[in-house]
Design a protein around this ligand. Structure first.
Ligand code: IVH
Length: 701
């Protein structure tokens, strides 16, 4: 990026500006010089992590530039280093289409999988030997950066891969994202880069320490913190999360005439990464070009050993075909490129001592044993608490008090007790005792036949009420802005709420009088609550907390009725016939709507102004499949043919009835026959699985 000579000059300029007097004769020249210096020091600090000046010196230079720009607003350019400072709030993020879809990666877990991948690549490309690049698989949040005419013009989240959310203002405060980069030097007019926003281990820990000191809840892991950070409404808050952006892929690159450069002028992945580095981007740094799959495998395994020593959380390595022409030749499925594969590291394990078992009462009354263990670091987070699920789990694993537990945590969030280190259990140890009273209300728990959980069946149990309230306002349910878990707990303590309908009859004067509340925050809360009254019906159904009813079932139910109360008239048989609803779910729904207290609650909510009428019969539409044609063949297991058609249409695509050049996607179920063969012969049709299809429209399987 900067030659030695260029760096020397910039450092000399830095010295000059450190001592430069306040009066400036040529403001344009001054602004250019200061911008160049600051850009260089940003790069030293944020990309190389090797600064050449102190923070204080940097701030002084920064202020000089800010002052000059304030005096000469006509000279202010929006890619000036000062323009990373966040201004204003974002109300809502716009959805934008990526230049080319951001696909997922196929996964592999062992050497054999990688060898198989290599065999496939060789057979598809007809090449004997393939050169690969292996690089870290960052466990962060995907981002797409669009540059046009050497300037950052847009940043977007990965979203569903086809469409993401436009978060340019938030990306601008991430200092390792260059606001300008000289793509023109390479003949590139427009480029979309793919990368990952991450938070370094030590930075993440500091953020959590700070939050703890401020009495805030700590973040689970750096991935969610980064993902949440990208979507924050206030860019100045984004800046506080210490996020960094790595780029690992040129997804799209064209010249001034709109000609594609990938595979033409830009021929190799490793050269592209080098180019990005030279342009001032943060690149993985530990990527390596390898002559064959064997050495790629060794490299991956090597990093599996050292992963903890790496500054950032990685959950595997990615192996990519280096030659872009081969990449292009072997192409992609709708879900992932055939020229790349993720090698996932094995779940991390740690040992820790069981200190105590606590019993938590959930919203349905289930009493869950929770192991309190000596804090232990595992895959990027400190774990001190871990679910033991139920009595049977404890018996099966033979977990006793003070045992040494083997704990595992895969790439995902929830840690898991694998078992007990028995060799270490030298003396007799006490069994884990299940409580004979509900830890919250003291009533006697029951364990129903066929159920794993002991349950508190007291409808008035305070712990259940609290959990019900928390669920009601949560993101998955009513999604009430400004009313999170901690606030719900506080309001309960303050006696402001004790039942769900109280949320809609809050005493706002009382809240205003509470410590930490101001006019503005009360106003926000009020708006959040008011807005939730008009939520789509399915949200209210989820919020009611009917056992086994999540958003998919709630959406199905909402479509059946004009008012939620009509669900009282549904028989178990009718309910069982609905999509996603089996006999157990049907019974649970039936029971819920035949319990007077629940009907009362719905009526109370309606009386408080919450809409229980289904106004939007029409489900939200999307256009992710715009212009694409589909055909389904074979026996489908995830949806019926009619449902498939409906899904395609709802997402802006169309279905056609035969395989031809006009067909974009053939979705194949079990035992697909001649249609599949024909599509393979044609070679122009993407053949995908049902799961791939759901992925395309970002629906859950
Ligand atoms: S390449 C078209 N490279 O993993 C190629 N992805 O599971 C697809 N990821 O959505 C992406 N590190 O967010 C690629 N070095 C890396 C990566 C990487 C992390 C993420 C990315 C992607 C997801 C796929």
């Amino acid at each position: 990026m900067y030659s030695e000579k260029a760096q020397k000059e910039l450092l000399q300029l830095t010295e000059k500006w450190k001592s430069e007097a306040e009066t400036v004769n040529n403001p344009e020249k001054a602004i250019n010089e200061l911008s160049a210096i600051l850009r260089y020091h940003d790069w030293r600090y944020y990309v190389l992590a090797d600064p050449k000046i102190s923070d204080f010196e940097y701030d002084q230079l920064f202020k000089k530039l800010q002052k000059l720009e304030a005096e000469h607003p006509e000279l202010l350019s929006n890619d000036s280093p000062t323009q990373r400072v966040a201004q204003g709030l974002t109300d809502s993020f716009e959805t934008v289409a990526h230049s080319v879809p951001m696909l997922s990666l196929d996964n592999s877990y062992n050497e054999e999988d990688l060898l198989e991948f290599d065999r496939r690549v060789r057979s598809l490309s007809g090449k004997e030997n393939i050169q690969y690049v292996a690089e870290p698989k960052f466990d962060g949040s995907g981002i797409a950066l669009l540059y046009e005419n050497d300037k950052l013009v847009r940043a977007a989240t990965r979203g569903n891969g086809v469409m993401g959310e436009e978060i340019t203002n938030n990306a601008r405060v991430i200092k390792s994202v260059p606001l300008r980069a000289e793509f023109s030097k390479y003949g590139i007019y427009k480029a979309e880069l793919r990368g990952e926003v991450v938070i370094a281990h030590d930075v993440f820990e500091k953020i959590n320490e700070k939050r703890e000191a401020e009495g805030l809840s700590t973040f689970q892991n750096s991935r969610n913190t980064a993902a949440g950070g990208l979507r924050m409404k206030d860019p100045s808050e984004v800046a506080k999360r210490g996020m960094e952006a790595f780029v690992y892929q040129v997804g799209y690159a064209v010249n001034k005439d709109g000609n594609n450069l990938l595979g033409n002028q830009l021929r190799e992945h490793d050269a592209n990464i080098q180019m990005l580095y030279d342009l001032g981007f943060k690149t993985p740094g530990i990527e390596k070009t390898l002559g064959n799959i064997k050495s790629a495998i060794d490299f991956c395994k090597d990093w599996e050993e050292k992963r903890d020593a790496y500054t950032y959380e990685i959950d595997g390595m990615v192996v990519k075909v280096n030659d872009l022409q081969i990449q292009d030749e072997i192409g992609s499925t709708a879900h992932h490129p055939r020229w790349a594969i993720a090698y996932k590291f094995k779940a991390k394990q740690a040992k820790s001592r069981l200190v105590n078992v606590e019993f938590q009462v959930g919203r349905t009354g289930a009493i869950t044993p929770v192991a309190k263990i000596e804090p232990v670091r595992l895959a990027g987070v400190t774990i001190s608490s871990i679910s033991l699920h139920n009595e049977d789990f404890i018996k099966e694993k033979d977990i006793r008090m003070s045992d040494l537990l083997l704990v595992e945590r895969a790439g995902d969030v929830i840690p898991y007790v694998v078992g007990v280190v028995e060799s270490e259990r030298k003396e007799e140890r006490e069994l884990v005792q299940f409580p004979e009273q509900c830890p919250s209300c003291g009533s006697k728990p029951v364990r129903l036949e066929g159920e794993a959980a002991w349950r508190c069946v007291n409808a008035e149990c305070p712990a259940q009420t609290e959990e019900k309230l928390i669920h009601f306002v949560s993101k998955a349910a009513m999604d009430i802005d400004g009313l999170g878990k901690d606030i719900v707990k506080r309001f309960i303590r303050e006696g402001l709420i004790s039942a769900i309908h109280d949320i809609y009859n809050l005493d706002y004067d009382h809240i205003l009088a509470l410590e930490g509340w101001k006019e503005k925050s009360v106003e926000n809360l009020k708006n959040g609550i008011e807005n939730s009254k008009q939520n789509p019906t399915w949200r209210l159904i989820v919020a009611l907390g009917i056992r086994h009813v999540g958003s998919a079932t709630a959406k199905t139910l909402a479509k059946q009725v004009k008012s939620i109360l009509e669900l009282q008239e549904f028989e178990i048989e009718t309910l069982s016939e609905l999509q996603d609803v089996g006999p157990i779910v049907a019974e649970s729904i039936y029971d819920f709507f035949h319990n007077e207290a629940n009907i009362q609650l719905i009526k109370q909510l309606a009386a408080a102004g919450v809409s229980i009428e289904n106004t939007e019969q029409d489900e939200a539409k999307s256009d992710v499949l715009e212009g694409k044609s589909f055909l389904f063949t074979g026996s489908l297991s995830k949806f019926t043919r009619d449902e498939a058609k409906e899904l395609v249409e709802k997402n802006g695509g169309k279905t056609i009835s035969s395989v031809s050049k006009k067909l974009d996607y053939l979705v194949v179920g079990e035992n697909a026959g001649s249609k599949k063969t024909k599509a393979e012969q044609l070679g122009t049709v993407e053949i995908i699985s049902e799961a791939d299809f759901l992925n395309l429209i970002n629906a859950d399987a």
